[in-house]
Design a protein around this ligand. Sequence first.
Ligand SMILES: Cc1cc2nc3c(=O)[nH]c(=O)nc-3n(C[C@H](O)[C@H](O)[C@H](O)COP(=O)(O)O)c2cc1C
Length: 371
Amino acid sequence: MPSKLFSPLALRKLQLANRIVVSPMCQYSAEEGSATDWHLIHLGTLAQSSAGLVLIEATTVSREGRIAPGCLGLWNDANEAALQRVIDAIRPYATSPIGIQLSHSGRKGSVTAPWLGGKGLPVAAGGWIPLAPSAIAYADDSTVPQAMSTADIARILEDFVAAARRADRIGLDAIELHCAHGYLLHQFLSPLTNRRTDEFGGSLANRMRLPLAIFDAVRTAWPAHKPLGVRVSATDWMEHTGDPSWTPEQTVVFARELKQRGVDWIDVSSGGLSPLQKITLAPGYQLPFAERVKREAGVTTMGIGLITEPAMAESALANGQADMVALARGFLWNPRWVWQAAAALGASILPPPQYRRAPPADLGKVFSPLP
Ligand SMILES: Cc1cc2nc3c(=O)[nH]c(=O)nc-3n(C[C@H](O)[C@H](O)[C@H](O)COP(=O)(O)O)c2cc1C
């Protein structure tokens, strides 16, 4: 049977050669939001991976929406020019289309990079006061965020739209809105972080209002032929506390709303909202959430999380758990994961022509003939 993982997929006018996605991965290597040579090297490598789609790291739509000072951004002309330089250099050699994840960190902003401990960064040390739906800090060492005014909400919506326009001008192929991992839009969705009493808090409809409004506004600004997906956390993993939290049931309602609005995929992750979360990790542990979203909302899904083996990726698709699979750490560990998965599953791919002599003799058929 031909591999499902290596079958093509159309997302609007974007043709994915296979269903393997490089998951967004923050690099904390930008300067004032502007991409550096690190991004050229890092994204250049991933863009030669032959993955069906590469998603650039969480890219913040405003300066205060950074997680750490080195977060990539698209909030001003300098950020746009810096990322344009990177994409222009990579494009001629890329074997994958390139999309971008747009994000705002909300209350998880103003921390140091992970390799510096990911610790709260006080204002006096170059940090900032984060914005959030409600003034509730993430962790004991986090800065208490400022609850967003209606004007802040309106501005952030415009910031997402402006960043989407910049992404289009740069020539990026797809956008994923980050509504997961406890960042701003997830903070609006979850009753644990959203205690607002206005039209953006309280009922599920109110908590979904801003993420859906941003989706609609970005969809309008982003060209109709380019796909727009959304990453969700299917659960806060906080049921053990007994407090109302974000659940798989609410995720399905959110996914249905997004489907009606024309979402092209839901990327189903989980957690990240609270340091008190209780997660049981296992290979493919988030796939059952993706399966539920796919089945109950009838939407194209991307499965993610501890998918490391080609056979597992293949079976997730064959069993109808997801339509695409994404890997993050797997690609850092082995940027040639797609080549090796193709060899393992008897599929073939088109590498950069410069690398055609790479396969060991017995794996020669992994590269399809030159078109
Ligand atoms: C270095 C690193 C950076 C990450 N940055 C992001 C990010 O920018 N946006 C996001 O949604 N997830 C981010 N994640 C989470 C991954 O996209 C992915 O969901 C998670 O690592 C689980 O997949 P894996 O088991 O294949 O690594 C990051 C993960 C890693 C390891």
